[in-house]
Design a protein around this ligand. Sequence first.
Ligand code: HDE
Length: 704
Amino acid sequence: MDQKIPGHPPSANTQSANDTVERDRHPGTGGETHQLRHDDGESLTTAQGIPVADNQNTLKAGDRGPSLLEDFHFREKIFHFDHERIPERVVHARGYGAHGFFETTEAIPELTAAHLFGEKGRRVPTFVRFSTVAGNKGSADLARDVRGFAVKFYTQEGNWDLVGNNIPVFFIQDAMKFPDLIHAAKPEPDRGFPQAQTAHDNFWDFISLMPEAMHMIMWTMSDRAIPRSFRFMEGFGVHTFRFVNANGESHFVKFHWKPKGGLQSVLWDEAVKINGADPDFHRRDLWDAIGKGDFPEWELGVQVFDDAFADSFDFDVLDATKLIPEEDVPVRIVGRLVLDRVVDNFFAETEQVAFCTQNIVPGIDFSNDPLLQGRNFSYLDTQTKRLGGPNFTHIPINAPRCPMHHFQQDGHMAMHNPKGRANYEPNGWAKGGPRADPERGFRSFPEEVAGPKRKIRAESFGDHYSQAAQFYRSQTAIEQGHIANALIFELSKVETVAIRERLVAHLPNIDEGLAQTVSDGLGLKKVPKAHEPARKPVTDLAPSDALSILKNGPGDFAGRKMGILVTDGIDGKLLGAMKDAVVDAGGTVEIVAPRVGGIVTADGDHVEADQKIDGAPSVLYDAVVILASADGAAELAGMHAARSFVADAHAHLKFIGVSDGAKVLLKRANVEADAGVVELNANKDAGTFVEHCGALRFWKRLQS
Ligand code: HDE
């Protein structure tokens, strides 16, 4: 290939090095940050901009001689490569981000002076990162775990970070215990495993000694911890915050994200298998959905309450192991979040984004929740460690999109230092720089505080079982079964019998039936004697439908994926009708075939495949269809992957659409037809089948 650098002949094995390096200002940073863009037709350069003649060989003394230290291009390239990694987040290391916007749908100036909520239709850009907590950066997406749901709002009054989770409560009440919790959840320090799992002794040893975790444990053992997609999960700010209006009046507030597509989770057996088949299942799902214009959307809801409610509520609103049922304080929808743009570069955006709970804007304030107060120290500290210095706010993804004026300067990688002489305040210079603004500036709500200085946990934080029981009672029987199974699974991985028993001894305080089922499932001789509660539980809390996934599921197939297994010789029109029906319902289709090159229909038309059967087990789909000719079905019946495709779809209670010819495969896979297995005889059956799939799973199969 030709090299464009005059006077330098191309070397024999040199490929094209004609990358364009286009430098442009990153919008919104106001700084001097540059991005590299590669097009065709420009010379490769070093990081110093020096054109490179040969990108294949090091500089040598003689054709077969030693390499020379003088080769600055080689040294720069290797040096930079050696420094590519930054420390992964100590928690929430594995995550995936996307850009979007937030729009206020109901103005609430009577509650908050925050500019973004001041007027209906006001929009601000956002960046959202979803994550798991315990696993490292390379762990699988479907770990049983809490999901992070962190939102950065780039408002005109600065960045507001709402760093929440997909579960509205937390394991612990005081930030002092966070390092212990995380040490216990992460791989055990001597052996370095298990990765991304709480199913091990250290975790359950710690939890069994922490009654305050029991409410959260009910949530993490529920299907909330194995969501089908980031798009189908709720988000919560968890803590109680404050809204403060322009008159300085304050209300307490809890934040909720409600997915437009409803709630959906996978089954545990699916989760385990998805992790093998596609460890990137969640990030791929988000990337694909945004890529094809099916933009994920959530409503922002607020639960607003005053001191009188807080005083009368059964629990302390500063206790992050408690929620406020929506039946007690309704969720008022005030905005929507739409994710409409994937990242250009994973590292620059998703990896370098630095969320900080202390990033709040005028009109929003903290409460005294001791977990939140601790977080406000931790996040700034962790970003400094992770991103290497105090100037991480200069990185485009973290930079505010509004003007900044301050006297902070220097430090590693400083991108925007002030011009002029004044770098302190007060100063007497003519162009003396910015001054504090009593009108616009952030002011803390002047809450009265009093009392002795002590290391203490308030008495009002003492009831650890009531809301755990309320959560359990709010679930459908199917969901209760999943919680019991999850506890049995996790505790069966615990090797120390005493830890199993110590944990189970909490369960009678939540639900006698649950305690019995888990004891039986573990093979304990009898239910262990219940731990004495620190404070007598409230027993008459009403169940809350909002806490169940199944009661808040979607009614249609929108945003979901159908896997269609096909063979040569099928009815191409039926395939076309099925694809149309799925797309009309807002879903997507993937064609799975014995060979990735595709198939030929009975009419001789070639159909491309998206997947070869071995790489596309049915766990990757919300529902499946099998269209097979007699010969095709016979071939599939001889393939283990095809038999598992059907058997798993059936075991996972999926709706299965089958053409007449495909029945041989069902038989070989030992799958009995039931009302969830729908025959596809004519094109019109496609629409009916997709309607069935709106229910997501054929739960009745459980009873057969
Ligand atoms: Fe975090 N948490 N956390 N956390 N957290 C971090 O900050 C911490 C807690 C949450 O996508 C760290 O940037 C303490 C609750 C999310 O980048 C760190 C305590 C909730 C993310 C940290 C908590 C969260 C983090 C690690 C107990 C839900 C990922 C890397 C007081 C409301 C954000 C980082 C992203 C990340 C500390 C508890 C959510 C170490 C000390 C409760 C979504 O600062």
